[in-house]
Design a protein around this ligand. Sequence first.
Ligand code: PHE
Ligand code: ZN
Length: 864
Amino acid sequence: MKTDLPQSFRRLEYRPPNFTFGKVALDIALDPARTIVKSSLEVLPGPEFKPGEPLVLQGQELEFVSLRINGAAHRHFELNPESITIHSLPNEGREAFMVEIISICVPEKNTSLMGLYVSNGNFFTQCEAEGFRKITYFLDRPDVMARYTVTLRARETECPVLLSNGNLIHKEKLPNGWHSAVWEDPFPKPSYLFALVAGKLECIEETITTGSGAKKLLQIWVEPHDLNKTRHAMDSLIASIHWDEKRYGLELDLERFMIVAVGDFNMGAMENKGLNIFNTKYVLAQPETATDADFANIESVVGHEYFHNWTGNRVTCQDWFQLSLKEGLTVFRDQEFSADQMGSESGRAVKRIEDVRTLRQLQFPEDAGPMAHPIRPDEYQEINNFYTVTVYEKGAEVVRMYQTLLGVDGFRKGMDLYFKRHDGQAVTCEDFLAAMADANGRDLTQFKNWYSQAGTPRVKVEEHYNEASKQYVLTLTQSSAKVNQQPFHIPLKMRLLTSGDDQKEQLLELTQEKQSWTFENISEKPVLSINRGFSAPIILDFVQDEADLLTLFSSDDDAFNRWEAGQKLAMQFILDNRLPGAQLIAAYRTLLLDPDLDPAFKELAMTLPAEAYLYEQCASVDPQNIYSARRAFRHAIATELRMEWAALYQQMQTPGDFSPDGVSAGKRSLKNLALSMLLDADVAIWSAMAVNQYQNANNMTDRYAALSGLVVNGSKQAGICLRDFYSRFTDDALVIDKWFALQASRPPIAGVEPTLVDVMRLREHEAFKLNNPNRVRSVIHAFCMGNPASFHQADGSGYAFWADAVLTLDPINPQVAARLARGLDRWRLFAEPYQSKMHAALEKVAASKTLSADVREVISKALA
Ligand code: PHE
Ligand code: ZN
């Protein structure tokens, strides 16, 4: 029976499985039109076993062929669209029995990219969260962990390479041009970590020796023409392996570790045991085709997936509500890895600023919108919608707070205890918290509120300095975004800045709703530097006057807070629609001229808060007003400091061979900011220099920055350079994605046709493909979610385009469509006429009778 009400899954309804699996043997005969899967399952009574209960296996879009139990044909079963229910089990299921099922799936028709699919003629799988059930009938839940042996069969000419998890134990030629390979994974794993890859691929490989003296084979598999773009990923993998040993004492547990790149992928990458599958975007790089940001992303995603081998795979999640257990922790680990790779304290700070900027631009709006959820949600309709910035990025902030509260060594003790207790298990967020608490003898009961309460907490700061008694009293009051919430345990790093530097950094633990601290012997009214390093993911309500902010901006010894003061200043000016005054310009000038400051830091300090973050500061958003105010402010910085920008442009050249390291990348980023400022100041004058950089660049960072500056500033040279770029890189899909994305991200320019007109044209371009997620994201998502000023047009044209795109994409790929559907989440925050027009677009999508569960959940929550 089908009802119209969407089904919700609830965390508190978790029950352990009534059956589990011991050994699982899969035999898969790969054929794009008709793949035959034979599965042999050793079924055992599970923790909730009750004699006589049927065995219910999930299965989706499968053609059922046959069922045998203990070798004999079995007829007592029912087939449903999403499961098979098997009755009359031997001895009512009390002891182990063998289930053999044969079923068929159609990889070439699979555009959802979940389960088994074909990409550019090769076979790939994606099983997290619930894709395994599209390959075969199974207990497709993370708390059922089994030992897999996988036999892959295929035509040898079409699929010379056959890969799966673990170790290759056998290879064989078969009749009629077929061949087979048998893979055995020594570690029990949940189905979501299963993977296979087959096709015409080649690899680079390297053998390394890890801490215990064991030799390990590392491979990166790609299409043959991409082999020359794998070096950076391999270096990143080796660095990740060493880092995890050094920092956490965690060694690679397999003899062989493989990464495979695929051009059609819904997400960034996937941590399948021993066989990570990556979006090509996070593997392939060489200086001519990848930017510094691409190099850095590859390093962090390679690290992330590798770190999952312990945090996610060896210790996995009991159920999908616990997703942040592995994702928050693993993001924290990859952030720390990347920070360490920067090689200096100022490099670490730069990384921290970038991470916080992402959090505030993407996660704060989510936490204030209709899809807000705690890092451990209590309810979902479609789990795919919960791979969110909250679960990932806020989850990482929560993990970081343990480290802030317990210290780096205390955190390490907690990690050690976590693995000692739970290796090989599927566990919960409480288990992680308990390990942290027990290893350090701390009571972290109140800290649990971070797992259960949504919304960004606000902390109000009040200060009182008594000249006569030399006392300084700091009062902090926390309030949460939602009613009926309990106070959070908030670690706040702070320091009082005075002319003598006798006040040290301290850690305040705000646990009550309101708390005061008194500081004695403070010789003069101090300037408060609080939430240093962004020690807690909160919003500070603190009206600090401009003079204090200028002091912090020029001299706070905490680089994060120094940056933060600049952001606050700029934000106040922009929101008040004011241009920077002489003092602020002078502060910017001093910063730019400071010979001791890291160029990467300067670039971040001179980059204005994103529009998405500015929106969150308003009660009612007029996107065009915010856009013009921000632009005018930026134009003033560009113009008033043009001498400095011109000088920096010369000083920051990085002659010689390209290197993607943090220091060189920082110089390029400041140089290219300077170029963009000069173009903003006077596009006619500086276009020639940009064209010169475009033509002579020896790396993509510089070439793309020059092109982008020309396009964004409406230079007359933009068209010719765009055409040149396309013809230079026609065969490189990832570069062509950049070409699309740049045009779709162009802000409105007076006298130039609206960006939407370009976007409509790009959508009809011969190289545009609706079923390739990277291409779709580079046009549609880039326009609807990454280009606010062009998207939010008063005539509603952007929203109409959005509705049409969601409806078009949904039947092809619900995950990609649902991500786009999030684009109007914040509609209630907007002023008229935007709000009504967004509402109408949402209603239009909601009216469709055939929405996927993915899009249905997003739209119905937006309208609720
Ligand atoms: N688990 C992957 C990661 O974060 C993300 C992912 C989720 C990929 C679902 C594919 C599908 O590393
Ligand atoms: Zn992850």
